[in-house]
Design a binder for this molecule. Structure first.
Ligand code: CP
Ligand code: NVA
Length: 310
């Protein structure tokens, strides 16, 4: 067992496939314990500070509840209400919070801000979503995929839509964990080249394929799971009309799902917009695993917290 105590959780790229494997195994164990009604409280007396610059339902609640279940407590801090919102630096905020709490979760716009906070903090910093990545989501997604399919190695995950933060973390995670990943994004909305290159490098080591194209039908052909996310992410609201036009042919509907394997799962990080990126028929249909996926944020986050907090 690798010791992950004191580690930041900022991008899946910082973790080896073995470390990610260990976190997934730990999440499975913690879920089993919880389902059997067995308490597991390794974080008694510990506190997590949760800084949010953006809205959240799942991330906020699952991290808070995860801390309580592990014996600790969570402190929600609207980042704009902190002195951080009045010009105190991220570094000073990190130094001060490190004197009070045992880990910091942050959801914000700038990935650089999270790195800055982590560089100055003496406690682990967890990325609860930036404009660039959403690693806690991807860990829970691979956990869900493994739980439902009984394995990860050799599966094909198709992602249709925006090459955004969620797509970036899925790309890195898939390549590290041995999942083939195929993306279809409208021209101009592809994932960042640096992230694709990083994923391809990891995929070369794990022996998997990373495909990035523009054709949703090609991406989902024979897939074990089809994933999509909103067309307009938080912070991009001014672009929403243009995005609705650009993504119109990228809706996950029954006809598209029919191109995947008959037992393919439908996944979505949520929140979703029925009638935009996914039809109600698909997200509320028998192949959809979105609420188990949302539940699994709790178990995956508990694994991260218990692994990195001292
Ligand atoms: N999927 C996700 O991160 O959900 P929230 O925005 O509700 O946290
Ligand atoms: N891509 C979305 C994910 C929300 C959980 C966003 O950043 O808004």
């Amino acid at each position: 067992m690798q010791n992950l105590k004191g580690r930041d959780f900022i991008t899946l790229a910082d973790f080896s496939p073995e470390e990610l494997r260990q976190l997934l195994d730990f999440a499975h164990y913690l879920k089993q314990q919880q389902k059997m009604g067995l308490a597991c409280r390794p974080l008694t007396g510990r506190t997590l500070a949760m800084l949010f610059h953006k809205h959240s339902t799942r991330t906020r609640v699952s991290f808070a509840v995860g801390m309580y279940q592990l014996g600790g407590q969570a402190l929600y801090l609207g980042a704009d209400e902190l002195q951080l919102g009045r010009g105190e630096t991220a570094a000073d905020t990190a130094r001060v919070l490190s004197r009070y709490v045992d880990a910091i979760l942050i959801r914000t716009y700038s990935h650089e801000l999270v790195k800055e906070l982590a560089a100055a903090a003496d406690v682990p910093v967890i990325n609860g979503l930036t404009d660039l990545t959403h690693p806690t989501q991807a860990l829970a997604d691979f956990f869900t995929l493994e739980e439902k399919k009984g394995r990860l190695a050799g599966l094909k995950l198709a992602y249709v839509g925006d090459g955004n933060n969620v797509a970036h973390s899925l790309l890195i995670g898939a390549a590290k964990l041995g999942v083939n990943i195929s993306l279809a994004c409208p021209p101009g909305y592809e994932p960042q080249g640096e992230i694709v290159a990083m994923a391809r490098e990891a995929a070369a080591k794990s022996g998997t394929a990373v495909a990035v194209g523009t054709d949703p039908r090609e991406a989902v052909a024979g897939a074990d799971a089809v994933y999509t996310d909103v067309w307009t992410s938080m912070g991009q609201e001014a672009e929403s009309a243009a995005r609705r036009t650009a993504f119109a042919a990228y809706q996950v509907n029954a006809a598209l799902m029919a191109r995947a394997k008959p037992d393919a799962l439908f996944l979505h990080c949520l929140p979703c917009h029925r009638g935009e990126e996914v039809t109600a028929e698909v997200v509320d249909g028998p192949q959809s695993a979105v609420f188990d996926e949302a539940e699994n944020r709790l178990h995956a986050h508990k694994a991260i917290l218990a692994a990195v907090m001292r």
